[in-house]
Design a protein around this ligand. Structure first.
Ligand code: NAD
Length: 557
């Protein structure tokens, strides 16, 4: 019996090097990235198959995981493996240029798309929550989000503080898989970060991976230390072991107004992701097991209070934004009428980038050799010398980012740039300058791949926030173009009922066929975003679509 009910570090070790364990590099890439997602250096809770983001999983259960591994090893170049919410359900005939894996995660018919219904199905073993890159096997640890978070804080620094966060106090909460990137992104922008976190092991983990500088257990002492650093223009991040509500309450009591304020607790998932403040951590753990309904009520009370405190500090002058965890909607569901008085980070800072097809392009070295990433860093650096923020990021990333699992890199690239980079990587593989193929993917939080009205598509100028045709077309066109694996998810980032989004991964294995696929997919994928934003009325997107021949009217002119 090959099934286990626990993560077995030896059995699930990610293969590295240039020898295949599957029948082709695309299958091999899927296998390595799946196992890499679950590597204890990468995943938040491998024993539960949870990668990040509350309960974002890579496979439904250990039996499914074992069957996926077996299937990938057996999969031929003219076959496609189908994954239904983390469980392999079939291998069908396709062709060499088709995706080797097609994934659908957490999809529910809209009327049933609630956590309550999902929880029932999950308890029966019928579903799994895929989050974004967890269930689509392209999570690369916290680095993935560091860059996006770095971009957001850099944009905030440009907009409000003359280009740097030096001498500013930046308050937030949550040091999980994604939230753990916040302190590093803030210090990379030269500011002071004060971050509330309930679980001590999370704080320790961020310190170990150099994302966080210090741990403190007293709220007042942590506030004092942060204020001193702010005054001196010191660059420092502090993780304080407490509930976010208690930290914000204390700031209000002491009349201390942060310069920026946000939150990255897993508020999208009231049962598994958010810790209530009125009971202790230990009590909460027991209650969650024994009385889920009561737990959820406590969590909602806390989220109401949490947002209320954020609004209070915003009133006093803190630049406040929602960081994509849907906490505003939770507070509103509980009756807080003005919960949406502070904006989401996408309309505030990221949308202009999306209009140029820019988004979180990432890649990993299947060899496992960090030198391969150094080679790709050099190529990217020399390919886009005029892109100063990219150059600054690459330099900082090399100095500050500790790799987790397979060595990987992320940087935001736009229309035109992504295909150029993909083809250059394919050439590195072909010419043997790297030791094994490079796998290229992205977050689902991207320009053309998501409909999420409280996050990525908040406040679209034409009111099309909830139109989900776009991510569906994105998944279809990436399948047609020949991505290596394509996924379509529901509920990522913001929870059940709130989002539909698609992922894609493509392997640069050095072959000519791969070059053709890379050219197509890495043009079409961001192209969907340019088209979507042009359609919504953004001028920059319209110009970008004309420049890159994506505009229909220009074609028939
Ligand atoms: P995670 O579940 O790994 O971590 C959440 C952390 O918050 C945990 O460490 C938990 O202990 C802590 N926490 C929960 N309630 C708390 C409270 N009341 N006070 C203090 N700490 C508390 O999740 P993650 O991967 O870090 O993601 C966090 C949230 O950010 C999710 O809702 C996710 O959907 C969202 N997210 C945003 C982006 C973005 O680009 N903005 C991207 C991905 C995820």
């Amino acid at each position: 019996n090959s099934t286990t009910s626990q993560y077995d570090i030896k059995k699930y070790k990610t293969p590295t090097g240039s020898q295949l364990t599957c029948k082709g590099w695309v299958q091999e890439a899927a296998l390595r990235m799946l196992l890499n997602n679950l590597d204890p250096a990468v995943a938040e809770r491998p024993d539960d198959l949870i990668v990040y983001g509350g309960r974002g999983k890579a496979a439904r259960n250990f039996e499914a995981l074992d069957m996926i591994i077996q299937s990938l090893k057996d999969l031929n170049d003219n076959e496609t493996l189908l994954i239904q919410s983390g469980k392999p359900v079939g291998i069908l005939q396709t062709h060499p240029n088709a995706p080797r894996v097609l994934i659908s995660n957490s999809q529910l018919v809209p009327k049933w798309a609630t956590w309550q219904h999902f929880d029932e199905l999950e308890r029966k073993g019928l579903m799994m929550y895929g989050q974004m890159t967890a269930g689509s096997w392209i999570y690369i640890g916290s680095q993935g989000i560091v860059q996006g978070t770095y971009e957001t804080y850099a944009a905030a620094a440009n907009k409000h503080f003359g280009g740097s966060l030096k001498g500013t106090l930046n308050v937030t909460a949550g040091l999980g898989g994604m939230g753990g990137a916040q302190p590093l992104a803030i210090t990379m922008n030269e500011g002071v970060a004060l971050v509330a976190e309930v679980e001590e092991w999370r704080i320790d983990k961020r310190i170990e991976t150099k994302y966080l500088d210090v741990k403190m257990t007293s709220i007042d002492a942590a506030i004092d230390r942060a204020l001193k650093a702010k005054e001196k223009g010191e660059i420092l991040s502090i993780g304080v072991l407490c509930n976010a509500v208690h930290l914000l309450q204390r700031l209000v009591e002491r009349n201390i107004v942060p310069d920026t304020l946000t939150d990255q607790t897993s508020a999208h998932d009231p049962l598994i992701g958010y810790w209530p403040h009125e009971i202790s951590y230990e009590q909460a753990k027991v209650l969650r097991e024994q009385n889920a309904d009561q737990y959820i009520e406590y969590a909602y009370n806390s989220m109401y209070r949490h947002v209320q405190l954020m609004l209070e500090l915003q009133q006093k002058g803190a630049i406040t934004f929602d960081y994509g965890n849907n906490i505003r909607a939770r507070a509103q569901e509980k009756g807080l009428k003005n919960a949406f008085d502070f904006p989401g980070f996408v309309p505030a800072y990221i949308r202009p980038l999306f209009c140029e097809g820019k988004g979180p392009f990432r890649w990993a070295a299947l060899s496992g050799d960090p030198h391969d990433i150094a080679v790709t860093d050099d190529v990217i650096g020399s390919m886009f010398p005029e892109n100063t923020s990219l150059q600054r990021w690459l330099k900082l990333a090399k100095e500050k980012i500790a790799f987790q699992g397979l060595p990987a890199r992320i940087c935001w690239l736009g229309q035109g740039e992504r295909e150029k980079a993909g083809l250059a990587f394919n050439e590195l593989v072909r010419s043997g300058k790297v030791k094994a193929p490079i796998v290229i993917g992205r977050d689902h939080l991207d320009t053309g791949s998501v409909a999420s009205p409280n996050r990525e598509t908040e406040s679209m100028p034409d009111g099309s926030d909830a139109v989900a045709d776009w991510p569906i077309l994105n998944a279809l066109v990436n399948t047609a173009g020949g991505a290596s694996w394509v996924s379509l998810h529901h509920g990522g980032g913001v929870g059940m009922g709130y989002s539909i989004h698609a992922g894609m991964v493509i392997v640069a294995d050095g072959t000519e066929e791969a070059a053709l696929r890379l050219g197509r997919v890495l043009r079409n994928d961001p192209g969907m975003g340019v088209i979507r934003h042009a359609d919504a009325g953004y001028d920059v997107a319209k110009e970008t679509s004309i420049k890159f021949d994506l505009d229909l009217r220009k074609r028939f002119h």
